[in-house]
Design a protein around this ligand. Structure first.
Ligand code: ADP
Ligand code: ADP
Length: 228
């Protein structure tokens, strides 16, 4: 059963722009699903519908088999859906540890419990992250890791990554890819947004290609040369 399923989703903005014109996609638990398209194809709008920022105009969204209309982004987050944007809203003056648990309103655990949980999350991630480093001192690639840890700490079952590698070096991109692969192997699903089909195909064969608000391809391994 899919974790997330969209069926015939449309989004028409008040100014008449038809940003989504009937998009269907399914993301299974523990899989990486790519979403590719040029500027203006509708990627951001689709992510906003998934994350509860915009209600769809028509069409349905199911989460773990249940039809949902998110009241707001908080409702989607509480249900287990995290979104990581290119510009990550971490607090630079706070430590990694503080940022990772920031979202969890009121630090329920003891300091020792938080450190133990942090160690578990880092273990799942498979990449060493210093809990005491100040986020403001970290390179962008490491901030992506902190954002992923934050999503895991919040109990995310699906992590939407919005062009996470756009401003990363090749080495940093590899690290993000390795983490995504490793976590998906442990059961966390990812929806990975990119301008580049080649990049996505390094990561997964499950890809939805959008153009002008429509799905133009959902099995690129069958036609990798399709012009997007
Ligand atoms: P992408 O993320 O693939 O670049 P977007 O989802 O941002 O595409 O945009 C899809 C279309 O919807 C574009 O034509 C864009 O101008 C339009 N659009 C996006 N947001 C809004 C909005 N809030 N109001 C009106 N039109 C919008
Ligand atoms: P909301 O707050 O409901 O998400 P907004 O109209 O405030 O919608 O716009 C959300 C985002 O979409 C903003 O980043 C805005 O710049 C962008 N946007 C708004 N209108 C357009 C448009 N016509 N084309 C592209 N992007 C747009």
């Amino acid at each position: 059963e899919p974790l997330l399923e969209l069926t015939d989703v449309t989004k028409t903005f008040p100014n008449g722009t038809r940003a989504l014109r009937g998009v269907s996609l399914r993301v299974a638990p523990g899989t990486v699903h790519g979403l590719v398209g040029a500027n203006g194809a509708g990627k951001s709008t689709l992510i906003k519908v998934i994350a509860g920022v915009h209600p769809p105009t028509t069409g349905t969204l199911t989460w773990r088999g249940i039809g949902r209309t998110w009241r707001d982004p908080g409702a989607a987050r509480r249900a287990g859906l995290a979104t990581i944007h290119q510009h990550i809203p971490l607090v630079p003056a706070l430590s990694v540890l503080e940022n990772v648990f920031l979202d969890r309103g009121g630090f329920r655990r003891t300091p020792a419990g938080r450190r133990a949980e942090f160690a578990d999350l880092v273990d799942r991630l498979g990449y060493p992250v210093d809990p005491d480093a100040l986020v403001g001192d970290l390179p962008i690639g490491a901030r992506q890791m902190v954002a992923i840890l934050q999503a895991l700490a919040a109990g995310a079952e699906l992590v939407v990554m919005d062009e996470p590698t756009a401003s990363l070096s090749e080495g940093e991109r590899r690290i993000v890819f390795d983490a995504v692969r490793r976590l998906s192997g442990q059961g966390t699903a990812f929806l990975y947004i990119s301008h580049f089909l080649d990049e996505i195909l390094e990561l997964t064969g499950h890809v939805t290609v959008l153009r002008d608000g429509r799905v133009v391809l959902d099995d690129p391994t069958a036609a990798v040369d399709e012009e997007i």
